[in-house]
Design a protein around this ligand. Structure first.
Ligand SMILES: Nc1ncnc2c1ncn2[C@@H]1O[C@H](COP(=O)(O)OP(=O)(O)OP(=O)(O)O)[C@@H](O)[C@H]1O
Length: 776
């Protein structure tokens, strides 16, 4: 297939070629060709919505583009129409990467009938996936929807599912839905998204990328544009107002939120609305609130003809339970869904009339995305947010500071603290980074070998060469579960670090598909059989030789376990043929007939990558420094966003919701919209340094230092057989579970769990570290 711009030129009957003409062409001959309007009509639409035409024309011209449009404004057409036009002209597919795996099948069936689509994701069986790939190969598909994991591999989803590019029809362009996940500065960063663009370019030769998102600040949009390699400013094609005009926003700071919620739902504003979503941060809370509403709303006047008043929805429920709630809500039989943010992603219900936030969302981006699920039909809709009254908390601090008898756990826990916990739960300290870096870059022998060779060469020709990097990287595997437990860091945290290293200008690592790295080989006929197969199978011979070199005697052994990735690397073989050769040992013949009495098992899902083994101490230190700074910057940004969010909501909040349950003051709604607009455009920085006492109420430790130290000592003495880092203790005192210190176990000891949630996290780390050193 020719360069995509040729399609546009072809449509317009012109014959210009060459990259440099694209810009000229778009400037002077940008009238949309009739074929594009015809295709629009084929889709059943009369005209374009704002932004669609520009984005579609850019994609048809082969120019990577980012579209930032509020939910429901019609982003999907921006990939559907070009995919259709490209495929109409010649056999080609458009790839659409979407994180909404559970909704992918619905997305495919919901596409306009003109578009032939298929999807591939990790929830499908192997047969289903193969059938979809067959259809693609046969050219029966215009649009292929993929989960990010299906494309790049990663996590437990296994490796990427697509065949190599030469077995696929030409890819006209690739669309990345929810493109903000590409940016680590976004509210919903997903490590495997960072690798998407690279895989699309390197493995599939895609040159034109389309990013779609409903929420991105200007800074995030620029970061996404950078990843999509959008060269020109116009590439960020459309940025709409953050909040659609038909949404009416209000905020209140009620002391009794449960009563206030019931009152709000009975008031004039929400009382007559049919479909409402109430968002809560915690799963347990969704169940409690749904039950509360069922009890308190019984018999009260309801909007439509619903049979059920309220049901909860969260990721902890079974798939069938969730589907039932979603279906009932979609068809209008269920009035209120009380949910965590798991509900609503990709929900195509245009007449949701109300969104209530029982807790503050973690960022403006989340807020805008969540309220954007209301009023997609353009008709008026209402949104209300309950903000916990931190000012109350502040007065308790003043009391505490005046050394009145007050115990920290008596202080009211607030939204901000709750949300801060999630941020601290994700961060990793310098020590952990260092241990991880050592694991990712174990020393190799390349330098010694090279020096020996050089010495010989020098003797021969007396010439010195200044070699700085002698290692050309090694293939390595780091078992996921083992590393998670050893370093008390989440799988996602490790993946993020690996992505940072891959995207660093020095490309410290190259990520490969996750793989099972441990090979266990058992010979049922005893040690002689093991020795015999070593003679015919080089990988087994090398595995045994390596064991012997490491001082292990295997002469009486009939089984052996080894790291197959390390083995393949040491042999200079590719991993796949090594695994194939080993598997083959289970059969008598090459064609796999008759068992040989050898068992070969692969286990331990591992991160798989190439990395250097000859890094100097300085290089290792600078990598640690780089990673640590990135992680800290990320933490700071998130804390900043949280404060910015609180401050803005606080500035428009009513004292209690009765002031806005029947009627509301549109000025406050407009003010909040303006603040959101400013935030997304970053025209005005929300200055947090000024007047921060209004919202920043983390307790200083000076008045509580002794008490906290005493508690840390008491905690350590009750668990003197376990090892803790300062961060581990701070997490427990903040009630943050981690892989090694899960909430399920540590949360049971109420003397410590969450006790100091209102105190500065980093300060607790500092004191705890001091106490740990003292008790050693
Ligand atoms: N040009 C158009 N004219 C009329 N209706 C349109 C047009 N483009 C899209 N729509 C309709 O608008 C609705 C929302 O479109 P779409 O689902 O693409 O929105 P979106 O921006 O992708 O939303 P989300 O962010 O929630 O995914 C759909 O019902 C679609 O049919």
């Amino acid at each position: 297939m020719g360069h995509p711009v040729q399609y546009l030129l072809y449509l317009s009957g012109m014959h210009i070629t060459g990259q440099h003409m694209i810009a000229l062409f778009l400037t002077f001959f940008s009238a949309t060709p009739p074929e594009v309007y015809e295709a629009l009509a084929d889709f059943g639409y009369k005209s374009f919505r704002p932004g669609q035409e520009l984005a579609i024309m850019r994609i048809l011209s082969g120019l990577s583009t980012l579209v930032v449009l509020s939910t429901g404004m019609g982003k999907s057409l921006c990939y559907q129409l070009p995919a259709y036009l490209y495929a109409k002209r010649s056999k080609s597919i458009a790839l659409v990467v979407s994180p909404l795996v559970s909704l992918m099948d619905d997305q495919v069936s919901g596409l306009p009938p003109k578009i032939k689509a298929a999807c591939i994701h990790s929830n499908m069986t192997k047969n289903q996936r193969e059938a979809a790939i067959e259809k693609v190969k046969e050219g029966k598909v215009h649009v292929l929807l993929l989960s990010p994991e299906a494309l790049v591999g990663g996590g437990h989803a296994g490796s990427g599912c697509l065949p190599p590019a030469d077995q696929l029809p030409p890819v006209s362009f690739a669309c990345i839905d929810e493109a903000h996940c590409v940016s680590e500065w976004s509210h919903n960063f997903r490590p495997c998204y960072l690798r998407l663009c690279k895989v699309l370019r390197d493995r599939l030769g895609v040159r034109c990328l389309l990013g779609l998102t409903a929420t991105a600040t200007l800074a995030t949009a620029r970061d996404i544009a950078h990843h999509l390699e959008i060269q020109d400013e116009d590439g960020i094609a459309v940025r709409s107002a953050a909040v659609p005009p038909n949404l009416h926003l209000s905020v209140s700071m009620d002391k009794e939120k449960d009563q206030a919620l019931v009152g709000l739902l009975k008031g004039d504003r929400f009382g007559s609305l049919d479909s409402i979503i109430v968002y809560c941060t915690r799963r347990e809370e969704t169940n409690r609130i749904a039950a509360l509403l069922r009890t308190c709303m019984q018999g009260s006047r309801l909007g439509g003809c619903q049979e059920w008043i309220a049901e909860s929805y969260h990721a902890g429920m079974s798939a069938s339970q969730r589907r039932r709630v979603q279906n009932n809500f979609m068809c209008g039989e269920l009035r209120v869904v009380v949910a965590t943010v798991a509900f609503g992603m990709g929900l195509d219900k245009s007449d949701v009339r109300g969104i209530i936030h029982y807790n503050m969302p973690k960022s403006f981006e989340s807020y805008v995305q969540e309220i954007g699920r209301a009023g997609r039909d353009g008709k008026s809709a209402h949104c209300h947010l309950f903000l916990d009254p931190e000012v109350e908390l502040e007065s308790s601090i003043n009391l505490a500071c005046m050394s009145l008898v007050c115990y920290p756990s008596m202080l009211k826990e607030d939204n901000l603290c709750e949300l801060r916990r999630h941020i601290y739960g994700d961060t990793v300290d310098y020590f952990t980074v260092k241990k991880l870096v050592q694991k990712l870059f174990p020393p190799c022998k390349c330098r010694q070998i090279n020096e020996k060779q050089q010495a010989e060469e020098e003797q021969n020709c007396n010439e010195t060469q200044n070699v700085t990097r002698v290692c050309h990287t090694h293939e390595r595997a780091v078992p996921i579960q083992e590393t998670v437990e050893a370093h008390d860091i989440t799988e996602e945290g490790i993946e993020t670090i690996l992505c940072y290293l891959e995207l660093h200008p020095q490309h410290w690592v190259e990520l490969l598909h996750p793989t099972l790295s441990s090979c266990h080989l058992v010979c049922y006929s005893g040690p002689q059989q093991l020795r015999a197969i070593a003679k015919i199978c080089p990988p087994v011979a090398v595995a045994l030789a390596r064991k012997r070199l490491a001082g292990e005697s295997l002469s009486h052994s009939s089984s052996v376990t080894f790291d197959v990735v390390e083995l393949a690397d040491s042999m200079g073989w590719e991993l796949i043929p090594v695994k194939r050769t080993l598997r083959q040992l289970q059969w008598k013949t090459e064609r796999g007939t008759g068992k040989s009495g050898v068992l070969v098992e692969f286990s331990s899902l591992s991160f798989h990558f190439r990395s250097y083994g000859d890094l100097t101490h300085q290089e290792m230190d600078s990598i640690c420094e780089f990673l640590h700074q990135r992680i800290q910057a990320q933490e700071k940004t998130q804390l900043y966003q949280l404060k910015a969010c609180f401050k803005a909501f606080f500035s428009v909040a009513y004292h209690n919701s009765t002031s806005c349950s029947d009627k509301m003051d549109d000025d406050r709604s407009q003010k909040l919209k303006a603040l959101l607009m400013n935030y997304f455009d970053k025209k005005a920085e929300l200055d947090l340094s000024k007047n921060s006492s209004n919202c920043d109420v983390i307790l200083q430790l000076k008045d509580w230092g002794d008490q906290i130290r005493a508690d840390i000592r008491s905690f350590l003495s009750t668990r003197n057989e376990e090892k803790f880092s300062g961060r581990a203790i701070a997490r427990i005192f903040h009630g943050i579970g981690s892989p090694c210190y899960p909430a399920l176990i540590y949360g049971k000891d109420r003397r410590f769990w969450r006790k100091y949630i209102n105190f500065d996290f980093n300060e607790i780390i500092r004191i705890a570290t001091e106490e740990i050193i003292r008790t050693k």
